[in-house]
Ligand binder design. Sequence first.
Ligand SMILES: Cc1ncc(COP(=O)(O)O)c(C=O)c1O
Length: 298
Amino acid sequence: MASSRLARVAESPTIRIANIANKLKHDGIDVISFSLGEPDFDTPKNISDAACKALYSGETHYSPSPGIKPLREAIAKKLQTENNLDFDASNVMVTPGAKQAIFEVMMSVLDDGDEAILFDPAWVSYEPCIKFAGAKPKWVPTDPENVFLPYDIGDHITDKTRLIVVNSPCNPTGGVFGKDKLKEIADLAIDHNLLVLSDEIYEKILYDEKHYSIGAMEGMHDRTITVNGFSKSYAMTGWRLGYVAANETFLHDFQKIQSHSVSSATTFAQYGAIEALEGDQQPVEDMVAEFRHVAISL
Ligand SMILES: Cc1ncc(COP(=O)(O)O)c(C=O)c1O
């Protein structure tokens, strides 16, 4: 007797496969799980120490719904210096995971009957979020011979298209969008008056390529909603910490959903995230070096 909204989506295959893998492991079977994108590292100690310190010093109360101010400021600074995105703390909302941010964005900007462009294949949760919002995914093919870059994007834009989802570096393909491809997408978004959701959660797990934020391109500041988080870059999957940055009108809408659902991200965890952004970045480099080493030896 599920609601019609819920009937539109299936359960997360990633979580289903992870549960099966966990059960097999529990039964003593040696399995390698390719389900959740989970770094094989523990969170760097300086980050855990900062969260523990906050926990023991009484940071156990409700957080402001959009996140604690020093973290929002640290994120805005990071977006300015690393991504060339001109935002301040009032443009940033901390969420319990990037996934929650993506859900809030889709629910805020999509209406019944709208279409959202996804590049095929895409991370598993975009499509259900689009469907929850009453909209339809429009799948654009990608070229496996050319790092899975999407092509003929314009052919899939209709008068119902509202949003293009960009995920670079991409899960699951590993494809990285260079400046040219991002410019092509930006031009289409501007010409057709579309929004772009840029999920940059894998920005630091890069080997030789360079990461660019589409929101920093000319004409894109107010039509790009940038999502990122701490799970992958800082091995903080279980902390459930992500964020979204956008112009204040959008942010106000996202906050409505957040304040009436999860309220906020966990208070003391947010102090760990400040340390993640402002503390030693060597653990990130070491982790990426290890990923590269394993990738090369495969
Ligand atoms: C592309 C992509 N976006 C977002 C997320 C969600 O990350 P978080 O752990 O911050 O919710 C994931 C997690 O696997 C992902 O692969």
